[in-house]
Design a binder for this molecule. Structure first.
Ligand SMILES: CC(C)(COP(=O)(O)OP(=O)(O)OC[C@H]1O[C@@H](n2cnc3c(N)ncnc32)[C@H](O)[C@@H]1OP(=O)(O)O)[C@@H](O)C(=O)NCCC(=O)NCCS
Length: 161
């Protein structure tokens, strides 16, 4: 993700999130020289989605993940999650965390596929809606067993084509 992508990123952000990040937040995240990985997915040069990772020592946090509604249900977020855990492994990460709204069944089923499980509730995490969030965690992303899980997901994506 580059500053020049932000107009398209903001359009998706405002389309899909009830509590969108401001452009300022993205600019500040992109300005961090260490410990951040923000990527966009493009189709025919247009941004169709993006994700962000914060990396601190052996832990990574998925700070955001979104796909434009007209490009959803095609496996793009699954590719983003594959890339997130690949980047996490490349950076020596053992554990990946994220927050998800308790009503966001689709996102949760995506995360469960990657081994995430809820470990706690953050009460009223989303200010705009007052909704609670689950804190979800997957441990052992650095292990051979996790590489096997990733290979399984890649295989399923290929056979679904
Ligand atoms: C959540 C979101 C990122 C998903 O994006 P997407 O590109 O549509 O996701 P994918 O196509 O990779 O879909 C995940 C699919 O994998 C499915 N899936 C989960 N586990 C699976 C498994 N073991 N085998 C096969 N499919 C599986 C999910 O049910 C979902 O299927 P669906 O398309 O029929 O709904 C997107 O809906 C979005 O941007 N939502 C708004 C923003 C948001 O909520 N972000 C998450 C904040 S925590």
């Amino acid at each position: 993700m580059r500053k020049r992508d932000l107009a398209q990123v903001m359009a998706i952000e405002q389309e899909v999130f009830p509590e969108p990040w401001s452009r300022k937040v993205f600019v500040s995240e992109l300005a961090q020289r260490r410990g951040r990985e923000y990527r966009v997915g493009k189709v025919a040069r247009a941004v169709v989605g993006y994700f962000g990772l914060m990396l601190v020592e052996d832990e990574a946090h998925v700070s955001t993940i979104a796909v434009a509604s007209s490009f959803q249900h095609q496996g793009i977020a699954t590719l983003f999650m594959l890339e997130s855990v690949r980047l996490a492994r490349e950076n020596g990460v053992k554990r990946v965390t994220l927050e998800v709204a308790v009503s966001n069944e689709r996102a949760m089923s995506l995360y469960r596929r990657f081994g995430f499980a809820p470990v706690g509730v953050r009460k009223g995490y989303y200010q705009a809606t007052g909704e609670d969030a689950y804190l979800m965690v997957v441990e052992g992303v650095d292990t051979p067993a996790y590489a096997t899980r990733m290979a399984g997901i890649i295989g399923e994506l290929r056979s679904a084509k």
